[in-house]
Design a protein around this ligand. Sequence first.
Ligand SMILES: Cc1cc2nc3c(=O)[nH]c(=O)nc-3n(C[C@H](O)[C@H](O)[C@H](O)COP(=O)(O)OP(=O)(O)OC[C@H]3O[C@@H](n4cnc5c(N)ncnc54)[C@H](O)[C@@H]3O)c2cc1C
Length: 322
Amino acid sequence: MILVYVDHDRGELSELSLQAVALGRSLAEPDEPVDALVVGGSALEAAGSLAAYGITTVHLAVHDALTDYTPVASARAAAELAARLAPRAVVAIGDQRGNEVMAHLGAITDLPVAADCTEVTLGDPTQVVRARWGGNLIEQGLLHAATPLLTLVPHTVRADAPGDGVGQIEEFTPELTEADLLVRVVDRVAESHGGISLTDAKVIVSGGRGVGSAEGFGLLEDLAGLLGGAIGASRVVTAAGWRPHDEQVGQTGTKVSPDLYIACGISGASQHLAGCHTSKTILVINNDADAPIMAHADYAVIGDLHKILPAIIDATRTAKAG
Ligand SMILES: Cc1cc2nc3c(=O)[nH]c(=O)nc-3n(C[C@H](O)[C@H](O)[C@H](O)COP(=O)(O)OP(=O)(O)OC[C@H]3O[C@@H](n4cnc5c(N)ncnc54)[C@H](O)[C@@H]3O)c2cc1C
């Protein structure tokens, strides 16, 4: 059996949650059960919907203290379940939360963790290919463990469409100590960009140093508004305080894979590309025809973004009005 850690946000499953399920199913032998661990009673409805995505049994960890993301307690619940079910592997999506929970699970169980895999062949030993250093180094590795713990780089697999699977939910209450609950979400601050989150956006209008100032992002906001998109930023921009940190795209920011990524005044450092190179289409607006990001552009407009963006905004408004 394959055990999948399926994350959720206060009961809401995301595209990445469903990619975790697709990962588990891709590793299972025909007819091998794929079970899921979902943590927190708020996810009861979400847990029920997982059957349609091919989960055999959803193990719902319920406890008075599990009201929001609680990484160590989630790992403790996973360890308890893994000891009981003896799965062939425990897998999760390698976003920040998935990697954090699996790291704690490794520490609790003393099992080896291979994070940020791009390919996995379960066996004895398990073979993995991993993206290291933001994707600059591709590593092939062997894992000698009865139950390897694995996370997969987001967007390496596609989430399946729901089918007509019939699964079951089994609730259990993990044994938790106070130490397991020390790290937990105690407050939420609304995202500054409101509405569409970076990871869900189909269109991202992203700005770098070339935008020149916080005020310069007004043009990017206008275009994102017209296209129903979200704003992204390079680290130079978030470090300068022009935009909030939750908008940073890259190795130390959010990893995104929208249909359209519009990179305005971004040079294309490897640490930035690590977060956006899987975008389906990349449009670059840059005044340097030799900027490294050009190598990843599907389309490029060479010139001053302060002149090009107003022209694109006008053309988009005209097209929408027509
Ligand atoms: C450990 C580590 C982690 C990192 N993590 C991240 C990360 O997660 N995300 C990230 O983004 N960076 C990250 N960085 C930083 C990264 O190395 C780069 O410094 C950063 O991405 C550069 O940002 P930029 O492209 O906005 O700026 P620059 O590299 O300065 O590029 C600015 C670009 O704007 C263009 N430009 C200037 N004026 C205009 C104009 N008027 N019109 C059009 N184009 C113009 C220039 O030609 C240039 O190409 C990390 C670095 C390290 C060491």
